[in-house]
Write a protein that binds this ligand. Structure first.
Ligand code: H2U
Ligand code: ZN
Length: 338
């Protein structure tokens, strides 16, 4: 790959990213975040997610043993909306009602664990829980999309270290999945094969952006990655939702998620912050032969546990930009001894 500035195209979102590999040598005078060594208890009496504790709603958590799901006490969406479709005086002032459901999925009763500390079986149990919740919410007439995501670390705005994820299910398809739907559909119509199946084949062959792979999944720093150590986990099989996974695929998925998150933690010697989530086919009652199950990991760290990438300036005003190439980032992650 060239060391000169160039731009790369993201075929999933139809957006470009500016790559400036020659800039990695510039001096750094920006913010240095403090590296904190966190020593957490197994159980925290103040934690709203720990077993047996009372949440903001007044509900008491059961003494759960693996995963635990509850309705978010501060939901961003509600099942009903009083906003009417007809409030529209001008095309420049569009609004629509949005309804939905918000859930919290605790990974473990242990307050001090994170995903990479868990066993393959424990991650399989989490995957099972996400699968059941996705299918249950997705089966509703008032739901078109189910977003499963984990926000990890204080740097990502996550205030509680207790390992947990969220599920937001909405009546409409949100921006990112909507862009991916349009692109995957168009590619499938034109090429009679899913975009991401074609992509995984090439990534497996060239292997230069590969971080890990097994029989049913690959983990790559995508060619068009924006975040320095962004990773996409993609199914190499034609499946479009978590529920399409066989037991063997689910095991493979758990294994590759552990592989990625363990490498992340090793990279800068800290519990690696990120936002990650699954992109499953919409639950809009249509067939989705174009859609391939995948997840995105978006971590903010750039050069150390304390030096993060900011999406500011040119990125906010023009387009995303990165210095270190996807190939170099993948090589660093791949060559870590875990
Ligand atoms: P934190 O705000 O502690 O990170 O909580 C994680 C999620 O759990 C968050 O989405 C929800 C928050 O809304 N939550 C409850 O539903 N009930 C509570 O008592 C505290 C946190
Ligand atoms: Zn806790």
């Amino acid at each position: 790959m060239s060391d000169s500035p160039h731009r790369r195209f993201n075929p999933l979102t139809n957006e470009w990213v500016l790559v400036s590999p020659q800039r990695t040598k510039r001096p750094w005078l920006g913010q240095v975040e403090e590296k904190k060594k966190i020593d957490l208890p197994h159980y925290d009496p103040e934690c709203s997610l720990c077993p047996g504790n009372t949440r903001a709603s007044g509900d008491k958590n059961p003494n759960y043993e693996n995963t635990f799901v509850f309705n978010n006490d501060f939901p961003a969406l509600l099942p009903e909306s009083s906003v009417s479709q007809s409030v529209r005086q001008h095309q420049l002032f569009r609004q629509e009602p949005e309804t939905g459901y918000c859930k919290v999925v605790c990974f473990s009763p242990r307050h001090d664990l994170t995903l990479p500390d868990m066993s393959v079986e424990e991650v399989e149990t989490i995957l099972n829980t996400w699968t059941i919740e996705s299918e249950t919410l997705g089966a509703r007439d008032d739901i078109s999309y189910v977003q499963v995501f984990e926000n990890k670390g204080a740097m990502m705005g996550c205030s509680n270290p207790h390992p947990h994820s969220q599920i937001w299910a909405t009546s409409s398809i949100p921006n990112e999945p909507a862009k991916e739907l349009a692109s995957q559909r168009e590619y499938f119509q034109d090429n009679k094969t899913p975009l991401l199946i074609e992509y995984t084949k090439i990534e497996k062959l060239t292997a230069e952006r590969l971080v890990a792979s097994n029989e049913h999944f690959i983990a790559v720093v995508p060619f068009w990655a924006v975040w320095p150590f962004e990773v996409m986990v993609v199914s190499t099989q034609q499946i479009s939702r978590l529920a399409d996974c066989t037991n063997e695929m689910r095991k493979n998925l758990a294994e590759i998620m552990l592989e990625v998150t363990k490498r992340y933690d090793k990279l800068f010697g800290v519990s690696f912050p990120y936002s990650m989530g699954f992109h499953q086919a919409p639950y809009d009652g249509k067939a989705h032969p174009e859609w391939i199950l995948h997840s995105h990991f978006y971590p903010p760290l750039l050069r150390s546990a304390t030096i993060r990438k900011f999406m500011v300036g040119y990125e906010l005003l023009a387009m995303p930009q990165r210095d270190i190439t996807a190939e170099s980032a993948a090589k660093v992650l791949r060559e870590l001894a875990v």
